[in-house]
Design a protein around this ligand. Structure first.
Ligand code: WT7
Length: 633
């Protein structure tokens, strides 16, 4: 196993070493894995193109490290523990041995359906064990998984299938989520009707049962394809830099891009970070409440925990069904030791009152984690005191889809915490703050653009099918640095606090959204002339979506039109992108060169119209007054 740091002194020593001799440090971590052929060069990199390669010419398969390697020592230990949406349904569990067998069977079924190394397989599935199993089955045969969060719309799914030219979609028939029943297969059918010509097979897992439309030459039932398969499947030999998966994420411009992660570095880093951040011990039950449709689920439900031989829990449902005590009921029931969730869930549950927490015995909890957006002080203290009873250190983990693993965080019980601060970088991570001119700020007690100046093993390698976009987005703002898109503060002790995005990306309930993407969706409505979307402070969601819209004709039925706009966005992206507030405006404040002044729109949306700065140089200064008057906050 990789190093597990046990004291602040050890952390400081490991950090120092990882900066002085990064290659030596990571080679040491990598040597504890199972390689078929050892790598010959640890690292080759330059951030111009960019080109980053770790553990060059190493040969192995990540699933042999997640599964085969554990069979002898922990074959009968639970690998995946699954809790259903329905609180009365029995939990399911898979030991490492059972998981290994299921993965092999699905891997053989994929092969039998023409899937091989390098082929892209799209997932559109709820949080059922079969999702994790099939993801691992792809990795077993060297196929590239592209998991799409099942809350995205058919159109969003189609966009992602087309971008990665996927050969197969794996989905379920329906999905029970809270009190809702979602027709998952029908959404896939709708996506395929939007021109996904590359798809040869749709593999359908029967989850709830119920009628589905069936296309004989394309649709196949999971149970018919998988059940009779051989429970052994040799692992495809992969190179460290072969692609492991694609995961789409939003940026400030254009359509979502496919972030590409490769096998070697990702394996080392997710295991290393999992063990150190959460201080996982033999026999612990670890629960991350994320969905596998996001990077958090990839790295810290599936890969990191399984690589570390942990018991990882998957939950099908939502925090408030059947009531706001569900998370805590599950923690009590399964004696959860490490609990990892998002600030938006903490705030939502906090609003329901302490009784829901206090009803349950949470004494098993040793570590509390948070991820996805800045955590406000009130939520931090509630989490610490009401959930953790002051006994469970909070790890506020800052990272991104692109970073593959946790970058800045406390190590539970090992390094200090500070409310609302992610605190210190992981060993091997070299963050820095940069000013507007691109100069690194070396002092403490400062704010700046958060960058990373040295490669780390799990960083993105490219954006699928468009390497130039990767360079442009992450490596062109500041010379020789990876730019995160976040602003951060560093206190007098060198601890980091993430302030939030400084680009046109908003973070709604921990879901990342490009304002341009939402605007494009709104503009699909034939009555819309132009729109501008900004984030505004929202008590539960962190940020809400505020849309300013210019319509062709006067809007008489505002409620009706607003509903139409929300429907368009739901159709184009999904319900998570629906604007919370919509204001119909006669114009948008623009500079003389025609650029929308978002700064002004953000300020108005935040409810602060006191000091909008000099608007006299705008193309249309009058419009600002009228927007202020009609503001929805
Ligand atoms: C953005 C990345 C990787 C986890 C899920 C989100 C924000 C993430 C924190 C945190 C403050 C955070 C940043 C980042 N973010 N974690 N602990 N504190 N902000 O992944 O969808 O790629 O979004 O989430 O703004 O850039 P993602």
């Amino acid at each position: 196993m990789t190093l597990q740091i046990k004291s602040f002194e050890e952390y400081k020593a490991a950090y120092e070493r990882s900066v002085q001799d990064p290659e030596g440090f990571w080679a040491e971590q990598a040597s504890s894995f199972y390689w078929k052929e050892k790598w010959d060069t640890t690292l080759e990199w330059e951030f111009k193109s960019p080109s980053v390669k770790w553990f060059l010419n190493g040969k192995f398969n990540i699933t042999e490290n997640c599964l085969d390697r554990h069979l002898e020592s922990r074959g009968d230990q639970v690998a995946i523990l699954w809790e259903a949406n329905d609180p009365n349904a029995p939990a399911k569990s898979y030991t490492y041995k059972q998981l290994y067998i299921e993965v092999c069977k699905v891997a053989n079924a994929l092969k039998a359906n023409g899937i091989g190394k390098g082929d892209r397989v799209c997932f559109y599935m709820p949080m059922v064990p079969e999702l994790a199993i099939a993801v691992l089955a792809c990795a077993r045969i060297g196929a590239v998984h592209s998991v799409v969060f099942a809350g995205f719309s058919a159109t969003a799914l189609a966009d992602r299938i087309k971008d990665a030219t996927c050969k197969m979609v794996i989905c379920s028939d329906y999905n029970n989520r809270g009190a809702k029943n979602i027709p998952v297969k029908a959404i896939v059918d709708d996506a395929l009707s939007q021109g996904c010509d590359s798809i040869e097979t749709v593999l359908v897992h029967r989850n709830t049962g119920g009628d589905v439309n069936w296309q004989e030459n394309i649709d196949k039932w999971w149970h018919e394809e998988v059940d009779g398969q051989n429970p052994y499947c040799p692992a495809e030999v992969m190179d460290s830099e072969d692609m492991l998966f694609i995961l789409y994420t939003s940026g400030s411009t254009g359509k979502p891009k496919g972030v590409v992660h490769t096998c070697g570095g990702y394996m080392i880093y997710t295991c290393f970070s999992f063990r150190n951040v959460f201080q996982y011990q033999e026999g612990d039950v670890y629960w991350c409440t994320a969905d596998i449709g996001w990077i958090t689920g990839h790295s810290y439900i599936v890969y990191g925990p399984l690589l570390a031989g942990a018991t990882t829990m998957m939950f099908e449902g939502i925090p408030t069904y059947p009531d706001a005590g569900r998370f805590w009921e599950i923690c009590e029931k399964h004696k959860v030791n490490q609990f990892y969730t998002a600030p938006t869930a903490i705030r939502a549950l906090m609003a329901h009152g302490n009784e829901y927490v206090n009803k349950y015995d949470l004494s098993s909890i040793k570590v509390l984690g948070t991820v996805g957006e800045p955590i406000n002080a009130e939520a931090w203290h509630w989490y610490n005191e009401v959930v953790g009873k002051g006994n469970a250190p909070i790890v506020d983990t800052w990272w991104q889809t692109e970073t593959g693993g946790i970058m800045i965080t406390s190590l539970a019980g090992v390094t200090p915490t500070k409310p609302t601060y992610a605190t210190l970088p992981m060993p091997g991570i070299q963050p820095c703050l940069v000013d507007g001119d691109g100069n690194e700020i070396t002092e403490n007690d400062v704010e700046g653009y958060l960058c990373v100046k040295f490669p780390w093993p799990s960083m993105l390698r490219t954006t699928y099918g468009d390497h130039e976009r990767c360079r442009q987005t992450y490596f062109s703002s500041f010379t020789d640095k990876y730019f995160t898109g976040d602003g951060a503060r560093r206190d007098e002790n060198g601890m980091y606090r993430i302030i939030g995005r400084v680009d046109d990306v908003i973070n709604v309930s921990g879901h990342r959204m490009g304002t341009a993407e939402v605007e494009n969706a709104i503009n699909q409505h034939p009555g819309v002339v132009e729109s501008a979307v900004v984030g505004y402070p929202h008590d539960i969601k962190g940020q809400g979506i505020y849309a300013y819209i210019i319509t062709a004709d006067e809007v008489n039925d505002e409620d009706g039109f607003t509903k139409e706009i929300r429907d368009v966005v739901t159709r184009e992206i999904g319900p998570i992108a629906k604007p919370d507030l919509i204001q119909y405006v006669p114009g948008l404040p623009k500079t003389r060169s025609g650029k929308i002044m978002r700064r002004i729109l953000r300020k108005i949306a935040s409810g602060d119209t006191s000091n909008l700065g000099d608007v006299s140089t705008l193309l249309n200064p009058d419009v600002v007054e009228s927007i202020k008057e009609g503001a929805k906050v």
